[in-house]
Design a protein around this ligand. Structure first.
Ligand code: FES
Ligand code: MG
Length: 593
């Protein structure tokens, strides 16, 4: 039905601006300003749907910058299907460049986009997603406003190569840092090696947060099937931009809204896909946030209940070897969903943006390269989901099971009497600056029995929550062959890191969590059988420390540097429940009324 889509009977919301007989003065005012760049009165009053293109690309957002090109094809699709495209900017977020952390800006971009979608004459919207936080910010805003919305991924960069080996975004930094520490490369070599991982436009080519969130946007049903994994520079990416433009016009005609797609079933599908792809530990934060904005019940425990037992099928760095182009050629998200469908792990009738169910979309999807996407029976790892841990350190934190290496297991989980637990001595850092200052300080006496703690890095403490829980071992241990120590913290961790960390601890130290009471030298015990993480400190001593901290005025964090930091700190919730702006959750489906 492309080209001559029948116009919907329903009155489009843009009519209230451009064709409102009850208020001709305002209609004239609304019309004249859109006429000034060449749209005609006939077009604006034709009854054609007005489709927003929420543009996240800019020079400040290199990961999403290719959307500036793709939007041209999206416009052609919109026009071809009988719509009128209006492109507008979204607050830029670039994951690695934003200080103090891009996490701070997710809720800001969300707020800004809610205002635009609600307050302007838009009947539907194409969400241009890509770099880590741009995806949840856009989806969350579409959920709150609830006008027809479809996401378009910008796609990953091409594979990075260095001396015949794949170099993946982010992941290569950890390796390069070790080579620098051991003196195998110098600073120039370090930069060259890291830069080799970014050979083209697009987002991170590893299974970091970007590939994760773009895959999950497809698994949730918010993108056209098969579109998430297409590398940014491929011609297929241009085609899907065009098809996305065609499709959003149909979605407006069908009144297919985010609330029709983002059901609890869709979220459970996404949780399982996240395990199978080896998805980022940022996914629970963002999906729980999205669920709250659309009004779906989803708890942190759902991630363990539905996701933990799902095996790792996608062999991408950091858990595996390959990169984004390989993922696409191997079949991308539909091939993964198909494998899960055969096990009954996908709710097949969940509706997706193309108007069909995820089951119909993925029923015939095949794996094209079993080295990159494994069949369910031959996984890379069993039980690749997240474990939810609790104890006197925090009321919840998660651990990504797929990155626990055999070496780590041998070193920490090898006691035959107690095979799933380990104890260690805590070394505590207050924020990333403190860690960078002191990690190589011999006085801390860090050895292979140490558990590194990072606190003051949560949504309030380091506003937005920093990706800093994954800490490298001191140089002297790396030289001795000890590369990873267990890390625990109230911050986040980059999806491109392969560290066995316990992170997203809620409540954070700055919100009165148990981490605030921990001291360097304390013994801690992690028990993966009981899903517990505790400081081995008596109740009496903990009470004493709690009183002492309260007397000092509570856990201290750095002062606000910008107005938004202060506003976010006052209104943000904890990571367990999505780190959303709590008052915003009251506003749901606001465009329907
Ligand atoms: Fe933008 Fe990784 S830094 S996608
Ligand atoms: Mg990241």
């Amino acid at each position: 039905m492309h080209g001559n889509s029948p116009q919907p009977e329903r009155k489009l919301r843009s009519r209230a601006w451009f064709d409102n007989p009850a208020n001709v003065d305002m209609t004239a005012l609304y019309l004249e300003r859109y006429l000034n760049f060449g749209l005609s009165q006939e077009e604006l009053q034709s009854g054609k749907p007005i489709i927003g293109i929420a543009q996240t690309g800019s020079d400040l957002s290199p990961c999403n910058r290719h959307h500036l090109e793709l939007a041209k094809r999206t416009r052609e699709g919109i026009r071809e299907a009988g719509g009128i495209a209006i492109e507008f900017p979204v607050h830029p977020i670039q994951e690695t460049g934003k200080r103090p952390t891009a996490g701070l800006d997710r809720n800001l971009a969300y707020l800004g986009l809610v205002e635009v979608l609600y307050g302007y004459p838009l009947d539907g919207v194409v969400l241009t997603i890509g770099c880590d936080k741009t995806t949840p910010a856009c989806l969350m805003a579409a959920a709150t406003v609830n006008i027809p919305a479809i996401a378009l991924s910008v796609g990953p960069m091409l594979n990075g190569w260095y001396k015949g080996e794949r170099t993946g975004s982010g992941t290569i930094v950890w390796k390069a840092r070790e080579l620098l520490a051991t003196g195998e490369i110098d600073y120039a070599g370090f930069v060259k090696l890291v830069a080799s991982s970014a050979p083209s436009t697009g987002y991170c080519n590893t299974m970091g947060t970007a590939t994760t969130m773009n895959s999950l946007a497809e698994a949730l049903g918010m993108q056209l099937p098969g579109s998430a994994a297409i590398p940014a520079p491929y011609r297929d990416r241009q085609e899907v931009a065009y098809r996305t433009g065609l499709r959003i016009v149909e979605m407006v005609a069908e009144d297919l809204k985010p609330s029709d797609i983002l059901t609890r079933d869709a979220f459970l599908n996404a949780i399982r896909v996240n395990s199978a792809i080896g998805g980022s530990t940022n996914a629970p934060i963002h999906l729980n946030a999205l669920a709250r904005h659309i009004g779906v019940e989803l708890s942190i425990d759902d991630w363990q209940t539905y996701g933990e037992d799902v095996p790792l099928l996608v062999n991408l760095q950091p858990a595996g070897e390959y990169l984004g182009e390989d993922y696409y050629h191997a079949g991308g998200v539909p091939a993964v969903v198909n494998q899960l469908m055969e096990q009954g792990l996908i709710v097949e009738d969940a509706l997706t943006a193309n108007g069909r169910s995820i089951g119909d979309n993925c029923r015939s999807a095949k794996i094209e390269d079993e080295a990159v996407i494994r069949p369910y029976e031959k996984p890379l790892k069993e039980k690749a989901g997240f474990r939810v841990l609790r104890g006197n350190l925090f009321s919840s934190a998660i651990m990504k099971m797929s990155v626990i290496s055999p070496e780590f297991r041998a070193r920490y989980l090898s006691n035959p009497d107690d095979p799933d637990a380990f104890e260690g001595r805590a070394v505590v850092f207050d924020g990333p600056e403190d860690y960078h200052h002191r990690i190589d300080d011999p006085e801390l006496a860090i050895d292979e029995t140490t558990v590194l703690f990072m606190r003051g890095a949560g949504p309030i403490g380091y506003p937005g929550a920093a990706e800093v829980v994954n800490m490298r071992a001191p140089d002297y241990l790396i030289k001795a062959g000890i590369h990873t120590l267990p890390c625990i913290g109230d911050g986040r961790q980059s999806g491109t890191s392969g560290s066995p960390s316990i992170l997203n601890a809620s409540p954070e130290a700055a919100a009165g969590g148990g981490l605030a009471l921990l001291r360097t030298g304390d013994r801690v015990r992690i028990d993966l059988k009981r899903n517990s993480a505790n400081m081995l400190i008596s109740e009496e001593e903990l009470a004493r420390r709690r009183d002492a901290l309260a007397a000092e005025g509570g856990y201290r964090f750095p002062p606000h540097q910008t107005p938004w930091q202060e506003i976010q700190r006052a209104l943000v919730g904890q990571m367990e429940t999505g780190a959303v702006l709590e008052p915003a959750v009251r506003y749901q489906r606001i465009a329907q009324t």
